[in-house]
Design a protein around this ligand. Structure first.
Ligand code: NAD
Ligand code: TDX
Length: 339
């Protein structure tokens, strides 16, 4: 089979490509990525010379180019990871989020309709459900929870989700959708909480915690997400949504303290800064459906995954050092300079 993976030069997409090469070496992977600030071709170095792998530097919104790739590669399955993925950037400038996350998804599905595929899988997020209150630990997001978004990012992802289900109903496109909680692990861009705190700790820079740091996220090791997407893609039912999460809720401040401890850095580096606009309080996934229907459970405990992740950032300073020394500096100044 040929699997077309978009956004494969980013955090989860690259981990997914490595997962596929390791677990399904008989399948060819075609990666389509625009290489935005978040995409890094060097991440894919281990597979770039693999005869079962091919890379296209292409924008998923470029209809002509996308159709040409489909004509050439005739993918059997398509997985869409490509997205603008950072909430803070979406608050600063929503437009590119609407373009890539909504129009790009529609272009890919039109190509799937035109050339025919066995499955179009959309990688979505728990953020489409909005947030839960901190004082109701009994509440979780199920697949039936209404869409109720907070940020331009989550709204663009929700719009794409609606389009995916509409293409299934209207055109009978064989789609599936997964909504995952917060991922962490190797190759995550250092604008996100965990790698940002690790990178700042290692440079003895202030650790900017939004608000009081009491917001709760449900953390999942990236490889467990990849395993779940692989299962849904191959064995999940057409037209279905699957929530993915490992019941690992933590407050931001506790994550930051843990990183300080692991790196033997003082908690005095922690700096409370102005809160994110529209900041979601708590995300918590109920993963009953994917466990029941596809026998998925996460393999990595947070206590192991976070140590492995910190070790990876320690061992791969070249990878993130290059990132934080480039355009990222002006982003950081804009985002945190006067906060
Ligand atoms: P990321 O920002 O690390 O990577 C996104 C990739 O998409 C980059 O390689 C970028 O170059 C590429 N891309 C962006 N715009 C493109 C375009 N127009 N055409 C082609 N390629 C383009 O993101 P990530 O964290 O790996 O997230 C991947 C997917 O998973 C996203 O759809 C995101 O919404 C979803 N998701 C992420 C998380 C998380 O915690 N990171 C959780 C749930 C769901
Ligand atoms: O500097 C920071 N300080 C801080 O307190 C940053 C970058 C974040 N935070 C807080 C905001 C959130 O409560 O940490 C939490 C996590 O923030 P992010 O890493 O930006 O992730 P989040 O906003 O929760 O969204 C992530 O999970 C769902 C991904 O970025 C999305 O792509 C995914 O859909």
């Amino acid at each position: 089979m040929t699997i077309l993976v978009t956004g494969g030069a980013g955090f989860i997409g690259s981990n997914f490509i490595f997962y596929e090469r390791a677990h399904h070496p008989e399948d060819r992977i075609v990666c389509v990525d625009k290489l935005t600030y978040a995409g890094n071709l060097s991440t894919l170095a281990p597979v770039l010379n693999d005869p079962m792998f091919r890379f296209y530097k292409t924008d998923i919104c470029d209809r002509k180019a996308v159709y040409a790739i489909f004509e050439e590669e005739k993918p059997d399955l398509v997985v869409n990871f490509a997205a603008e993925s950072h909430v803070d950037r979406s608050i600063e400038n929503p437009e590119i989020f609407l373009q890539t996350n909504i129009i790009g998804t529609a272009v890919l599905m039109d190509a799937c309709r035109t050339f025919g595929v066995g499955r179009f899988h959309q990688v979505s997020t728990d953020e489409v459900y909005g947030d839960l209150p901190l004082d109701r630990p009994d509440l979780f997001f199920t697949e039936e929870t209404p869409i109720h978004t907070s940020s331009p990012y989550s709204s663009s992802k929700a719009a794409a989700d609606l389009l995916v289900m509409a293409y299934h109903r209207t055109y009978d496109l064989p789609v599936s959708l997964s909504r995952c909680s917060n991922n962490y692990g190797p190759y995550q861009f250092p604008e996100k909480l965990i790698p940002l705190m690790i990178a700042n700790c290692l440079s003895d820079k202030p650790l900017p915690v939004y608000g009081q740091g009491l917001n709760v996220r449900d953390w999942l090791y990236v490889e467990d997400h990849c395993k779940a997407v692989d299962l849904v893609l191959r064995k999940g039912a057409v037209g279905q949504v699957y929530n993915i999460g490992g019941h690992n809720e933590m407050r931001n401040i506790d994550i930051v303290r843990l990183i300080c401890q692991e790196l033997h850095k003082p908690e005095s580096l922690i700096t409370y800064v102005t809160d994110r606009k529209g900041h979601d309080m708590r995300y918590a996934i109920d993963p009953t459906k994917i466990h029941r229907d596809l026998d998925w459970l996460p393999d990595t405990k947070f206590s192991d995954g976070i140590v492995r992740t910190i070790r990876w950032y320690l061992d791969n300073r070249d990878w993130w050092g290059e990132i934080v020394s480039g355009e990222y500096q002006s982003y950081y100044e804009r985002m945190y300079g006067n906060r």
